[in-house]
Design a protein around this ligand. Sequence first.
Ligand code: ACO
Length: 311
Amino acid sequence: EDPKLLEAFEARVTADEFIEPKDWMPEAYRRTLTRQISQHAHSEIVGMLPEGNWITRAPSLRRKAILLAKVQDEAGHGLYLYCAAETLGTSREEMVEALHSGKAKYSTIFNYPTLTWADIGAIGWLVDGAAIMNQVPLQRTSYGPYARAMVRICKEESFHQRQGYEIMIAMANGSSDQKRMAQDALNRWWWPSLMMFGPPDADSPNTAQSMRWRIKRETNDELRQKFVDITVPQAEFLGLTVPDPDLKWNEEKGGYDFGEIDWDEFYAVVKGEGPVAKERMTARREAWEKGAWVREAAAAHEEKRRARKAA
Ligand code: ACO
């Protein structure tokens, strides 16, 4: 690679200019962005499954309408992100194929089961809460199409977080059974939510370079700490207990100290050994296969339309 081009590129990044699809960029920048954006897109798409599972069982029409809208939003997020990744030169077909063949990663969080309605509250509150914490800084990521996709995604994500917290408020102030379900959901989703931010900075192979290129604007550990600091008072407001005996306010650092994350569990889930990883991928592949006729019909329609226009 031409050192002059590289130098000019790095100067633009340092000046907080957006890099656009037709601009020159180092191959490693293109590769790592394609990796991150496509994993992000896959997470949005696979993320529809744990919640989609509850659409038919939502406890009221209002809850059902909200959940349906939220799951549709996730599909939209996946599509913007695939488009953003495509501008870097990989086709959507290639990305989807990588997901379905098990080559591509998606967030570990979606390989845990949703056992009760309280899980839908906990996912909105914790999982979407963690997603926002990670995504707000990505609105200033150095690649233009990714940054712009993030603006709308963050707006919708913040509605998702609120709807989840509102479910938790209802459950935590409901009957003793509902409160128990809310606590149980917090117990099961707390640690996996902290894992969403990725490995500790010291063990994160991508962070240093991604910070230099301003793809990431904050590190995994910084975002995880912020998430804990914001979320613990929310749990207190609900009257629920965060399942971490080592959680303690640290006056000096102005944040919470928290217990050790089970990184063996994290790496096992990354490798595809999550509790419902197989079900998730089977559901994804089935949806893709069953939807083939829709894609074919849309393509045939488009071809006819074009032929008619040309005639
Ligand atoms: N689940 C699955 N894989 C993960 C996770 C996780 N929670 N955290 C890290 N990894 C993977 C990384 O993808 C990387 O693997 P790779 O090199 O094969 O791609 C490896 O573990 C090492 O991690 P890092 O070096 O820390 O990787 P990176 O710098 O990409 O940071 C992070 C990971 C924080 C997830 C980053 O990619 C990111 O910010 N992505 C955008 C946000 C996102 O994907 N959110 C998805 C969940 S939220 C939602 O969709 C609702």
